[in-house]
Design a protein around this ligand. Structure first.
Ligand code: ADP
Ligand code: MG
Length: 636
């Protein structure tokens, strides 16, 4: 085995290496350093995490650049802010005897002008995350047109996180004759594509097993009706009491909505999307990292920077439009040698997308059932039992023990345990005992396919005297009803718009409220008339077909999202609501409310995350967990 001297490193670097206490080169260093020092070549190096890759490219880069020049000669791209800072720090240590060396880190979430100023002072080496780098290039805050060496560090991770376009864009601003060194733990197709595209006959070195995937993710899907998506999400979370997850939605709006609903229902959730300010996003991310937030609801774009290692579950609340994006999502879990689960909630009409994703990820999905209420009760109970079993006794309690013991004098241990657990269990039990099965069989028809407009015995079907001539299609009418009635996303369904009138369904429980609301409501100056439709006939045959799928469609009020009393309705009645033009302003004022609520949410998060000792925080967290699902809220 070579020593560092043997590899051809100069005195300044050897000096620093001695200071660092590195005795001999690691495998990847042993292989890469001589090649990079001696040859002007592109390089692909595959080695697992922790094998010393930073020094493998860092030493040669430090030796080859000209520290007397202030031109930026080396660019290192890395997937996350943490890694970016880590590499910068390592590079500074390796180069501490290289007089005049200036290594600058560029990453999101910190002042861009400060970073620009540092670059301007003359940075021979820039270490950057792709997003911020691209930003600074477009603002002409950096000049990388004279780069001689570029490094793509953790290339698989960068691609996993969706940085392909950014990387392509950044590299297009660098000279063709530079050398590119790609470092990666694995070599999935996307990485070899990048290598093919941006590299010229790269020398390839491998340490350990090539293609040994570090990504230990299993893939599951759950088939439900679209309007049960949210319920399904809650159950998946309830069935995994220690979940620490990212939940992906397609739009910013859905992201915000799902997060809000979860928070309202007592979960520790937060939203991450582009409509939040950088500051708000930082606060949410901080709470998530500290595990004050168990469920982070995010858009794909906003989630790109998420670099949290121990995410247990990724939940695809909706599938992404592009199947490729699924890889980026599921790659958020199963990191750093841990296992993870990527769950997909799909409706019938989307289930074929699973197949195309399977082709891309080259892995099979397992079809799983949304757990039923009793399973969840059991899981929650056992989780509580374990928690209690592992709890350290707080001796502050001792002084109350005499009184407590007196109270339980005649209670046996057995009975006491039963009573104790009933406190928690009854809450879940009451919530879940009458809930329906959310699973849909793959062979039956899809009620949400938009064609089955019948009302089953738990739904009410309504006639409404507006239709296409009033500018509605089914989506607009659904939005309209949702907004004027202040209902949840899935409360109005089976909307069927005709020329001058339409039909829609809701749960029977909402009937009274809906009829009362439309008793006296004008739209575009004319009274809107809503009646319960007797139009059941056309549904009968469909009902039969549907019931053939063998599902139980019993849906109890308990399983519906709460909010009845939140939707006061009354004040908004007079508002003349236009489905088209005005909708925008309507939703704008809506988002105003939302951001209020959002920021107050953040405030309370901040309160609980700051200014407290760890033990206090720990207690808060466990308090949060026991009120986790807060079924009682939904029962109101
Ligand atoms: P990777 O990028 O492959 O995950 P790093 O470059 O971050 O690994 O190195 C992991 C750790 O090992 C760092 O703390 C680094 O300082 C240390 N290290 C790197 N090379 C050596 C060496 N030759 N001898 C001892 N420690 C080393
Ligand atoms: Mg590294």
């Amino acid at each position: 085995m070579n020593t560092f001297q043997d590899l051809g490193l100069n005195e300044d670097l050897l000096h620093a290496i001695t200071d660092l206490g590195f005795e001999k080169p690691s495998d990847v260093q042993d292989k890469a350093i001589p090649i990079l020092l001696d040859q002007d070549t592109d390089l692909v190096a595959l080695a697992q995490t922790g094998t010393g890759k930073t020094a493998a490219f860092g030493f040669p880069m430090l030796q080859k650049i000209n520290v007397d020049s202030r031109t930026t000669q080396g660019l290192i791209l890395s997937p996350t802010r943490e890694l970016c800072l880590q590499i910068t720090n390592e590079m500074k240590q390796y180069g501490k005897y290289c007089k005049g060396l200036n290594v600058v880190a560029i990453y999101g979430g910190a002042s861009i002008s400060d970073q620009a100023r540092e670059v301007k002072r003359g940075a021979q080496i820039i270490v950057a995350t792709p997003g911020r780098m691209k930003d600074m290039i477009s603002r002409r805050m950096v000049d990388i047109s004279k780069i001689e060496y570029s490094v793509l560090d953790e290339a698989d991770e960068m691609l996993n996180m969706g940085f392909k376009e950014d990387i392509t864009d950044i590299l297009s601003h660098t000279p063709d004759d530079k050398n590119t060194w790609l470092f990666s733990a694995t070599m999935p197709k996307e990485v070899s594509n990048i290598a093919k595209r941006f590299m010229d006959n790269p020398i390839e070195i491998t340490v350990g097993n090539k293609n040994e995937s570090t990504n230990q993710v299993s893939h599951e899907y759950y088939l439900v009706n679209s309007r049960d998506r949210y319920q399904a999400l809650k159950r998946l979370s309830d069935a995994n009491p220690d979940i620490f997850s990212v939940i992906f939605c397609r739009t910013k709006r859905d992201t915000q909505k799902v997060a809000e609903n979860l928070i309202e229902d007592g979960y520790s959730a937060g939203a991450l999307h582009g409509d939040l300010s950088q500051n708000q996003r930082d606060i949410v991310m901080k709470s998530f990292r500290n595990k004050q937030i168990q469920m982070l609801v995010a858009t794909d774009v906003a989630a790109r920077g998420i670099d949290v290692d121990d995410i247990t579950h990724v939940i695809n609340y909706q599938l992404p439009d592009e199947p490729e994006i699924y890889t980026h999502r599921s790659g958020r879990t199963g990191r750093a040698g841990k296992t993870g689960i990527s769950m997909v909630i799909v409706s019938k009409s989307e289930v074929r997308k699973i197949k195309s994703i399977e082709r891309i990820i080259k892995k099979q999905f397992e079809k799983k059932e949304i757990p039923d209420g009793m399973e969840i009760c059991q899981v929650q109970l056992m989780s509580l039992a374990n928690k209690i079993h592992n709890t350290e006794v707080n001796h502050e309690i001792d002084k109350y023990l005499t009184t407590i013991n007196e109270l339980f004098e005649d209670t046996s241990k057995d009975e006491l345990i039963k009573k104790f657990f009933s406190v928690e269990f009854t809450r879940f039990f009451n919530y879940y005992q009458r809930t329906k099965n959310l699973n849909v069989s793959e062979s039956g028809s899809d009620r949400d396919g938009g064609r089955d407009y019948s009302a089953n015995s738990n739904d009410s079907r309504y006639f409404i005297n507006v239709g296409r001539k009033d500018g509605f299609d089914w989506m607009k009418l659904k939005d309209f009803l949702k907004e004027v009635l202040e209902l949840g996303r899935d409360d109005v369904f089976k909307v069927d718009v005709k020329e001058s009138f339409s039909f829609f369904n809701t749960e029977k429980e909402l009937q009274e409220k809906i009829l009362a609301f439309f008793n006296d409501f004008k739209h575009n100056g004319r009274f809107v008339n809503v009646e319960v439709s007797e139009d059941r006939g056309r549904g009968t045959s469909r009902n039969k077909r549907r019931d053939g799928g063998g599902r139980s469609d019993r849906r109890s009020g308990d399983d519906r999202r709460s909010g009845g009393d939140r939707r006061s309705g009354g004040e908004r009645r007079s508002g003349d609501f236009k489905p088209r033009g005005d909708r925008r302003s309507e939703s704008r004022s809506d988002s105003g409310n939302r951001s209020d609520r959002r920021s107050s949410g953040n405030r309370s998060e901040r309160r609980s995350s700051e200014g407290q000792s760890d033990s206090r925080r720990g207690r808060d967290k466990s308090e949060f967990k026991t009120t986790h699902s807060r079924p009682k809220r939904s029962r109101r």
